[in-house]
Design a protein around this ligand. Structure first.
Ligand code: NAD
Length: 235
């Protein structure tokens, strides 16, 4: 007799990749301490100074290529044998892929891919190469990073909501839940869904009573939670 696997939805943010050496977003010493968001991660920045934007993402791309998945990314792959696991990540790195996770939805794009400024659908793998001004897509238009900038729509949001509405377990890892609309995803999960938040800090902006906060490093707390969930799946 085959029983359906429970669905586990995992929303990850910059914090899961912090211990792989990739800076987070808002933490002290994070990316935006060094860069003005408006100068590098908005459509206005692109029109004003595309070279600066391309240089910024090229730096992110090179750091991503040097980083490796950590124990948090790796442990999540173990859940797949026991659960129907769906990862929704705000991260633009490819560390979930390299860890071996299968169902990954990138809400905010992927740093190792490019697209034409005129076509958001067709993606090109960058491999080891960055994008330079003058690099054209086959449609004759400038290539840009395949990332969602602040002020742009998040086209994968509907797909993400669809995944979340069937969550039986919802795990949030390493995100301050400050970037919308992604931060709303936790509210798209059913009320009875078991919810966990793994973060260095207690997130006071989440208004659910039945959330279990696992405070600490992702590389420690995520493997512990994974082991616990695997045990529970056998009961
Ligand atoms: P954020 O910086 O706002 O929040 C990071 C969260 O992770 C914080 O709550 C922090 O307490 C927690 N954290 C930091 N180190 C941790 C650790 N070792 N273990 C557990 N928790 C830890 O990041 P966010 O909420 O993901 O905000 C988002 C935006 O920044 C996203 O859109 C994302 O695309 C972008 N971003 C991506 C990357 C990446 O791809 N690796 C890196 C930086 C920023």
């Amino acid at each position: 007799m085959s029983s359906k696997k429970k669905r586990v939805v995992i929303l990850t943010g910059a914090g899961i990749s912090a211990e792989s050496g990739l800076g987070t977003f808002r933490d002290k010493g994070g990316l935006w301490d060094e860069h003005d968001i408006n100068e590098v991660a908005t459509p206005e920045a692109w029109y004003k100074n595309p070279k600066l934007v391309l240089d910024f993402y090229d730096q992110r791309r090179q750091l991503c290529l040097k980083a490796n998945p950590n124990d948090a990314h790796l442990s999540l792959t173990k859940l797949e044998k026991h659960y129907d696991v769906r990862i929704i990540t705000q991260n633009i790195d490819d560390l979930h892929e390299r860890a071996g996770s299968k169902n990954i939805l990138h809400l905010h794009g992927e740093i190792l891919k490019a697209r034409s400024v005129m076509n958001a659908e067709t993606l090109y793998d960058l491999g080891l190469k960055g994008i330079k001004l003058g690099d054209m897509a086959p449609d004759g238009h400038q290539l840009r990073p395949h990332v969602v900038w602040f002020g742009e729509a998040v086209p994968k949001m509907y797909e993400a909501e669809d995944i979340v509405k069937d969550a039986e377990i919802f795990i949030v890892i390493g995100t301050s839940l400050n970037v919308y609309p992604a931060a709303n995803l936790i509210y798209a999960s059913p009320t009875k869904t078991d919810k966990y938040i793994v973060d260095l800090n207690e997130l006071t902006n989440v208004k659910y009573k039945n959330i279990k906060h696992l405070k600490g490093n992702a590389t420690q707390k995520v493997p512990e939670l994974v082991d616990r969930l695997i045990q529970e799946s056998k009961i």
